[in-house]
Design a protein around this ligand. Structure first.
Ligand SMILES: NC(=O)C1=CN([C@@H]2O[C@H](COP(=O)(O)OP(=O)(O)OC[C@H]3O[C@@H](n4cnc5c(N)ncnc54)[C@H](O)[C@@H]3O)[C@@H](O)[C@H]2O)C=CC1
Ligand SMILES: O=C(O)CCC(=O)C(=O)O
Length: 444
């Protein structure tokens, strides 16, 4: 049995109840085979793959808070500090009822390679809670965030672990958490990213993940003799990533015809009206029915269905495993040419394989959505220098980072004989730097 298969079998046996984590590990280890085989004896002796698949630390804690009826509610909080070989742990906090330790581990594991791909000094971590922000009052959100930070603050810091937003955690939640951290620790430091502009946030962080997704998609299409301008694009999700992906796609001359949320989806034949989408989702925190009610060209459909729409480019920007084999078949039948993941692991393993086998350009999330965390690292730099850069400066750095990421993974894929396989390219390019740093730092 090869070293990769031995480790895969061990990880499966040990984490049998964590399907998302196993899916992420399987995808990464499987595509690392050529890079691991080139150093098999050394990696095996150092147990490098066993170490990289085992978090350095997992913190699980109680989060009690009081709702508007005076009732005490209890949630579970998580922070998985997965790997600090190349920098302080860095990764978002997800607030969603589906959150459990396996989901946080999958996200933290992905984050190691994504953060390495940015070329910036950030390690991998992720956290969150099974708290559901939907339908909660501002006071309830604040009560939860303060309680969550009352435990988390002792484990994080500007040079140790720097959390940020993710599903359910936006500017409002980061603000409440930052206030509580400062109150408890008495230090004004860049411990969180995605902060408001009045207290250390970076211009363009809000837009960064969606914009970055389009910069990488544009480069991937260009290097394959194509162009984003004039394309019809299907986007899923209607949150931070989806909104700014839609905005940038349209700025680049594409037409985005869909968005979705957890209850339904929109088909807008005229192209999504981004100002209206922002009003519905960012200001009113309402359902997409509200978008349809105010837009004559839009149809609202209940349930899932974005991937049945004819499009050239598909950008899944909602959540994990939202694009399955059946969806991939529908996309291919409708002539899709590229799929780029705005969300983390939105495409199932069999769907990814089907898309690649059918000649679809496929950019995995750890490369395609790395613009968010890269801009978070730029926020950390600005906080350290006590300076703020202009929107244009940050946006230009972001674009440069995304274009470099694409070329790094394209080159890594070519180097190992997998030209055009950007999953293999991203995993190997992300892994090499982390493996090198882990080896250099000894057995820790
Ligand atoms: N915000 C960021 O900077 C980054 C986010 N991501 C990933 O992008 C994805 C979206 O995150 P955000 O836009 O930040 O979150 P968000 O909370 O702003 O929006 C999430 C969107 O996805 C939809 N959604 C969530 N669960 C769903 C489900 N089960 N079925 C259908 N739709 C669902 C929600 O209705 C919402 O429209 C996640 O996978 C996240 O991990 C990745 C990199 C950075
Ligand atoms: O900006 C960050 O630190 C976190 C981004 C994130 O959670 C992600 O890349 O999935």
């Amino acid at each position: 049995m090869s070293y990769v298969d031995e480790v895969l079998a061990r990880v499966k046996a040990k984490n049998a109840s964590q399907p998302e984590f196993l899916q992420a590990v399987e995808e990464v280890l499987d595509s690392l085979r050529p890079a691991v085989e080139a150093n098999e004896e050394k990696f095996k002796k150092e147990a490098l793959l066993e170490r990289i698949t085992e978090p350095e630390r997992q913190i699980i804690f109680r989060v009690p808070w009081v709702d508007d009826n005076g009732q005490v509610q209890v949630n579970t909080g998580y922070r998985v500090q997965f790997n600090s070989a190349i920098g302080p742990y860095k990764g978002g906090l997800r607030l969603h009822p589906s959150v459990n330790i396996g989901i946080i581990k999958f996200l933290g594991f992905e984050q190691i390679f994504k953060n390495s791909l940015t070329g910036l000094p950030i390690g991998g971590g992720k956290g969150g809670s099974d708290f559901d922000p939907k339908g909660k009052s501002d006071r309830e959100i604040m009560a939860f965030c303060q309680s969550f930070m009352t435990e988390l603050y002792r484990h994080i810091g500007a040079d140790t672990d720097v959390p940020a937003g993710d599903i359910g955690t936006g500017a409002r939640e980061i603000g409440y958490m930052y206030g509580q951290y400062k109150r408890l620790k008495g230090v004004y430091e860049g411990v969180l990213t995605g902060k408001g502009l009045s207290y250390g946030g970076s211009l363009a962080r809000t837009e960064a993940t969606g914009y970055g997704l389009l910069y990488l998609t544009e480069e991937m299409l260009k290097c394959n003799g194509n162009d984003i301008a004039g394309k019809t694009v299907a986007v899923s999700g209607a949150g931070n990533v989806a909104i700014y992906a839609t905005q940038k796609a349209q700025e680049l001359g594409a037409k985005v015809v869909t968005v979705s949320d957890s209850t339904g989806w929109i088909y807008d034949s005229e192209g999504i009206d981004v100002a209206l989408l922002k009003e519905v989702k960012e200001v009113k925190r309402a359902r997409l029915t509200e978008y349809a009610a105010n837009r004559p060209s839009a149809e609202y459909h209940e349930g899932k269905g974005v991937w049945t729409v004819k499009c050239d480019v598909a950008l899944p920007c909602a959540t994990q495993n939202e694009l399955n084999l059946e969806d991939a078949k529908a996309l291919v039948a409708n002539g899709v040419i590229a799929v780029a993941e705005g969300a983390n692991m939105p495409t199932t393993l069999d769907a990814t394989k089907y898309l690649q086998e059918n000649g679809v350009l496929f950019a995995p999330g750890k490369a395609a959505n790395a613009g968010g965390v890269a801009t978070s690292a730029l926020e950390m730099s600005q906080n350290s220098e006590r300076l703020s850069w202009t929107f244009e400066e940050v946006d230009a750095k972001l674009k440069n980072i995304m274009v470099n990421i694409f070329h790094n993974l394209d080159n890594a894929a070519k180097k190992y004989g997998f030209e055009g396989n950007y999953v293999v390219g991203a995993n190997i390019a992300g892994f090499e730097k982390v493996a090198d740093a882990m080896t250099a730092q000894g057995i820790v």
